[in-house]
Write a protein that binds this ligand. Structure first.
Ligand code: F3S
Length: 397
């Protein structure tokens, strides 16, 4: 790779050990993917924050990087394994909480903003069209590339941290225009509405992409989609199809930039959506847990939950998972009071997938196809997808 003088100095250790290690990680990646050079980036989103995933080995790596490493650009964090304020109410044990805080402290020492959310674009880490960033977290990566039209590869935790400590990433993959063309045309022939249905659509498209061994769908036939519907779709298509970028005619900013794919065309009709929906509902589910906010809930979704819960009482464990800045808006708007008076709980900084709750519940109802996938695969729950209204009904009946 061709390195600038500054990048060479970083690699030689002139900016300290953590920066040197970071540049080693990035140049190794660059060599593997045959990048010609590094590029400057505008922001970073780091994943791998839950102590449950990191363990002592991961924490040891972070602690070493924190000795002299400092974030050079805006850097935010993915969800942790617990709500940093409310962990006891969520049933997290003290030992785990102590270790999770050690992880957060290491990031804080590196001057990373410890927001702990998978929707950084809702809380101020919002690049604009055409900017290069280095984000981890598959749902956020997909949103960033597709809905915003910024450029990022699907980073892992270590490479994202390395980019934060250097402000650089190797130029390959989705940073290059030639790799951003749609590969499969999907024509949607049925109305898709609601975060749950957009999640189902993501699963249907993701499954088909998996069969075809393709990654970038070009989608037509969606006349309108909200930010919340798109974040749900992103999480789902990234989970089921490994997709980091899609184009949606009339919705996403790069759809006009690239031609519609001609070689492979697939129609999605009502039957496909019904089949996808059925695959996300386990037959003999016994529901004892409801969770909304995968990806992390927006203030509009929280307002909707508050409206539906007003004056009611929940009789199942019910989490609303969101970023702490969004929770603070909910506090000020009075939504938190309504939600907590009903007996539901905020789980800020975390979610029903990354929290260490494997086997604690029998069946979960969620408005997210991604949460269904991990609810089954990681936490061994039976799952059911539903819209927000149905989720609240399930929790209160
Ligand atoms: Fe976010 Fe957790 Fe879902 S990290 S995308 S809420 S699985």
């Amino acid at each position: 790779m061709k390195l600038t003088l500054e990048e060479k100095d970083m690699l030689e250790g002139k900016y300290g050990k953590a920066t040197q290690k970071s540049m080693e990680i990035l140049t190794t990646l660059g060599d593997i993917y045959e990048a010609e050079k590094m590029i400057d980036i505008k922001s970073v989103q780091i994943s791998g924050v839950s102590y449950a995933n990191l363990g002592e080995a991961g924490l040891d790596f972070l602690s070493k990087m924190a000795i002299d490493g400092k974030a050079r650009i805006l850097t935010t964090l993915n969800p942790a394994g617990m709500d940093r304020d409310n962990w006891q109410a969520l049933g997290i044990d003290e030992e785990f909480a102590k270790n999770q805080n050690r992880v957060i402290d290491a990031f804080a020492k590196m001057e990373v903003i410890t927001t702990c959310t998978c929707t950084p674009y809702l809380i101020g880490n919002l690049p604009h069209y055409g900017q290069h960033v280095a984000w981890a977290e598959s749902s956020a990566v997909c949103f960033c590339n597709s809905v915003i039209g910024a450029y990022t590869n699907r980073e892992g935790g270590p490479s994202a941290l390395a980019s934060s400590l250097t402000g650089k990433t190797p130029k390959y993959g989705y940073h290059l225009e030639e790799n951003r063309h749609g590969e499969v045309l999907f024509e949607i022939k049925t109305l898709i509405q609601g975060t749950d249905k957009f999640g189902v659509l993501g699963k249907v498209i993701g499954d088909k992409l998996g069969e075809l061994k393709k990654k970038i769908p070009y989608i037509t036939g969606i006349p309108i989609a909200s930010v919340e519907e798109l974040k749900s779709f992103c999480a789902s298509v990234a989970t089921y199809g490994g997709t980091a970028l899609f184009h949606m005619e009339g919705i996403t900013p790069e759809a006009l930039k690239y031609p519609k794919p001609k070689n492979i065309k697939i129609e999605i009709n009502e039957q496909d959506i019904k089949k996808g929906l059925a695959e996300l509902i386990d037959e003999d589910i016994e529901v004892d847990f409801v969770s909304i906010g995968c990806p992390h809930a927006s203030i509009d979704e929280i307002a909707q939950v508050a409206k539906l819960l007003k004056g009611k009482t929940v009789n199942k464990e019910f989490w609303i998972t969101t970023g702490r800045p969004t929770k603070k808006i909910a506090d000020e708007a009075g939504y938190t009071k309504i939600i907590e008076n009903a007996g539901a709980k905020f789980a800020a900084d975390t979610c029903c997938v990354v929290a260490p709750i494997k086997g604690r519940f029998k069946g979960i109802v969620v408005d997210s196809a991604k949460a269904c996938y991990y609810g089954r695969a990681k936490n061994k729950f039976k799952v059911k997808i539903a819209n927000i209204e149905e989720c609240v009904k399930e929790a209160t009946q």
